[in-house]
Ligand binder design. Structure first.
Ligand code: SF4
Length: 360
C-alpha cells in the first residue's frame, strides 16, 4: 500500500492550515541485532510511509491491532523516537530540522498520556511533586507557585487539593490517570497524544476519563491524537479515524463514515468483532473471521500488505501495492477494490528499504 504525500485525506482545500502535518513518516528497527560475523539483523518497518493531518481542536483516532505501528507513530511525533525519514510540521514549523534542545522547548506544546499511569508516575514522589515537576523545570516556579498551580491542575481533572500529598500507590487506577492528565496539562500544551490512555481501566472508569478528556478539550481548546486498539472507544472520541495495518494507514476518514460504512476489508473485519448491545442484531450480523497468516513485518508480502488475510483478494492484490487514494471528500482507502481506485498499473512493490536504526 504505497502512500504518497498526496494521500493526506484533509477534509477540504479551503480549511485553515492544520496544526499538525505528518508526511511520509518512516521508522524501522533492526531485529536480531548484530553478530560476530557482521550481520546487521533484519529490518522491520514499524512505520512505513504514514501521512495525515490534524486540525486545531480536532481529534484524530488511530486504531489497529498490536504491532500495527500506531504507538510508534505517536512516539515519533514527540520525538521520543527519532524518525528515519519524513516530515513533521507543527503550527507551520518543521519539527525535524530543530535541534534536540530546541525541540525540548517545543515539547511544551506537545505532550503524551501513556497507557499505564502507574508506570508513568514516580512511585517515590508525591502526586504534587509529579504534577508540578514540568513547571519547576521549564518555568522555574517557586514552591508556593508550584503548590498553587498543582491544586488548580488537580481540580481541573476532578481531584482535590489534598491529593497533592498522596503517593501513586494510594490512588485508584482512574485517579492515577487523572494525575497523569494533570501533569500532561501543566505546561498548557496544544496537542495531546493519548496512547491507549484508558485501556488499563475498567469500563465505568474508562467512560469517566473519556468524558473528562472531552470536557478538557472543549475548555482548553486541545487537539488530540487518540491511539487505541478499541474501535468503539476511538469512535466515541474522534472526529476522524485512521486505521493502521503493518505500519501503514489503510483507511482514513470521518469517524462515523469509517465506523458505519467501512471500505477496507481489514476495517470491516475489525468492526465485525465488536459486539452490539441489541442481542437480535448481534445474533444475525455476520462476523468476519480473518484466516491466513499475519505476515512477518520483516518480510511483508508482495503486493498488498493485507493479501495473506483478505477474504476478497484478487490476482492483482498479489502483485501490486494499492495506493492510499484520497477521494477528494476527506476519505482515503488503500484497496484495489475500493470505489474510486484507478486501475492498477501492476508496478511491483518498491524494494528500496527505509533507513534503519537499531531499536526495541
Ligand atoms: Fe488488499 Fe486486495 Fe484485499 Fe483490497 S482486496 S485489501 S487490495 S488484498
Amino acid at each position: 500500500m504505497r502512500q504518497p504525500a498526496a494521500a493526506q485525506a484533509t477534509s477540504a482545500a479551503a480549511e485553515p492550515a492544520p496544526l499538525l502535518e505528518v508526511e511520509d513518516l518512516r521508522k524501522s528497527f533492526r531485529r536480531g541485532g548484530g553478530s560476530l560475523l557482521g550481520r546487521r539483523g533484519t529490518a522491520v518497518r514499524a512505520v512505513d510511509g504514514v501521512s495525515f493531518t490534524i486540525r486545531a481542536g480536532e481529534t484524530l483516532g488511530i486504531v489497529g491491532e498490536s504491532g500495527s505501528g500506531k504507538s510508534t507513530t505517536g512516539r515519533l511525533l514527540l520525538r521520543l523516537l527519532e524518525p528515519d525519514s519524513g516530515r513533521l510540521r507543527f503550527d507551520g514549523q518543521d519539527l525535524l530540522i530543530e535541534s534536540r534542545s530546541a525541540f525540548r522547548h517545543r515539547r511544551r506544546d506537545l505532550q503524551m498520556i501513556f497507557q499505564d499511569p502507574y508506570a508513568s508516575l514516580d512511585p517515590t514522589k508525591t502526586i504534587g511533586a509529579s504534577v508540578t515537576e514540568p513547571l519547576r523545570i521549564f518555568e522555574k516556579t517557586t514552591r508556593r507557585e508550584s503548590e498553587n498551580r498543582g491544586s488548580e491542575l488537580l481540580s481541573l481533572v476532578g481531584l482535590r487539593p489534598d491529593h497533592l500529598g498522596r503517593y501513586p500507590s494510594e490512588m485508584s487506577g482512574g485517579q492515577r490517570q487523572r494525575v497523569a492528565i494533570a501533569r500532561a496539562l501543566s505546561l498548557a500544551p496544544r496537542l495531546l497524544v493519548a496512547d491507549e490512555a484508558v485501556s488499563a481501566l475498567d469500563v465505568s472508569t474508562q467512560s469517566d476519563v473519556l468524558n473528562l478528556m472531552r470536557r478538557l478539550q472543549r475548555e482548553l481548546d486541545l487537539t488530540y491524537l487518540f491511539i487505541s486498539h478499541n474501535l468503539s472507544v476511538v469512535r466515541h472520541m474522534s472526529d476522524r479515524i485512521a486505521v493502521m495495518y503493518l505500519g501503514r494507514i489503510v483507511e482514513i476518514g470521518p469517524a462515523d463514515q469509517v465506523y458505519l460504512q467501512p471500505r477496507h476489508p481489514y476495517t470491516r473485519a475489525l468492526l465485525s468483532a465488536i459486539p452490539v448491545p441489541d442481542p437480535l442484531i448481534q445474533r444475525t450480523r455476520p462476523r468476519i473471521v480473518l484466516t491466513g497468516d499475519v505476515p512477518d513485518p520483516a518480510h511483508p508480502p508482495q503486493g498488498c500488505n493485507f493479501v495473506t488475510r483478505c477474504p476478497h483478494a484478487v490476482p492483482v492484490c498479489h502483485e501490486v501495492d494499492p495506493v492510499l487514494e484520497p477521494d477528494g471528500g476527506g476519505y482515503a482507502v488503500a484497496c484495489h477494490l475500493s470505489e474510486g481506485q484507478e486501475t492498477p498499473d501492476r508496478t511491483p512493490r518498491s524494494s528500496a528499504a527505509a533507513p534503519t536504526q537499531t531499536g526495541p
